[in-house]
Design a protein around this ligand. Structure first.
Ligand SMILES: [Zn+2]
Length: 251
């Protein structure tokens, strides 16, 4: 019906996705018209952003104030050795533009304050949380809650990772419900170490969930926390419920 949103080149580029019955032209057009923000372009962010860009998300915004360091290159696969010292959002955007010149990629090379995070959540259809900073995680949750912008949240460290989706519907839990329940660990890759593919696997799952949310297909991880143990390569799932004492979503 609205087939002409995609150019003939885009139809060829995305042909293997369009041939999925659940995606089809309609789904690919939804992706082309969608805007997704990736906050944090480290290990998770590089993995998620790579698939979001290649699969045809029309507007991709990458946010990171940090610069590429030599010790990042082991797992942050969008940054090259020559990018050491370059801002991570800029470095990743540069490579992704080479991969897919058909989409708009915005690099935001700064730390966003609360107001800027709210504007980001308001202006994007989905936010992918790839930060390792608890304060930004809580702020993103609050901003996404206010704007009802779905948030794909994840963490990975050592040989472990977890991922979930918050959709901020009436009965759904939010990140604050989750963090109240499980507590928060400020563990960094610097302290604990991380096997490179751990962030790759979890970041790819984040991209998959964001795409499903945009197109409206499948069952997303809303209300479910997927936990991966890569030392045994097993996944388990925990149910996440709304907390009745949550100061963010239970108002
Ligand atoms: Zn909550």
């Amino acid at each position: 019906m609205t087939k002409d949103i995609l150019s003939p080149n885009q139809e060829r580029r995305y042909a293997r996705q369009i041939s999925l019955p659940s995606v089809d032209f309609d789904g690919q057009e939804k992706l082309q018209l969608a805007s997704v923000a990736v906050v944090g372009v480290g290990g998770l962010g590089c993995s998620a952003a790579q698939y979001l860009a290649a699969s045809g998300v029309g507007t991709l915004t990458l946010v990171d104030f940090d610069e590429v360091e030599l010790s990042n290159l082991q797992r942050q696969v969008l940054h090259q050795t020559v990018d050491i010292g370059v801002n991570k959002a800029e470095s990743a955007a540069q490579l992704l533009r080479l991969n897919n010149p058909e989409i708009t990629i915005n690099a935001v090379p700064k730390k966003l304050d609360v107001k800027a995070l709210e504007a980001l959540c308001l202006s994007h259809d989905v936010v992918v949380d790839c930060t390792d900073n608890l304060e930004i995680r809580q702020q993103l949750n609050q901003s996404c809650f206010i704007n009802k912008t779905p948030l794909v949240s994840a963490a990975a460290i050592r040989l472990e990772g977890m991922v979930t989706v918050f959709d901020y519907q009436d009965k759904s839990p939010c990140y604050h419900c989750f963090s109240q329940l499980f507590g928060e660990q400020q563990l960094s890759c610097l302290d604990a170490g991380v096997l490179a593919p751990s962030v790759g696997i979890i970041g790819a799952i984040q991209a998959c969930e964001a795409i499903k949310v945009v197109i409206g297909i499948g069952d997303t991880l809303v209300g479910r926390l997927l936990i991966g143990d890569f030392s045994t390569m097993t996944f388990r799932e925990m149910k996440l419920s709304k907390s009745h004492s949550c100061s963010i979503c239970n108002t």
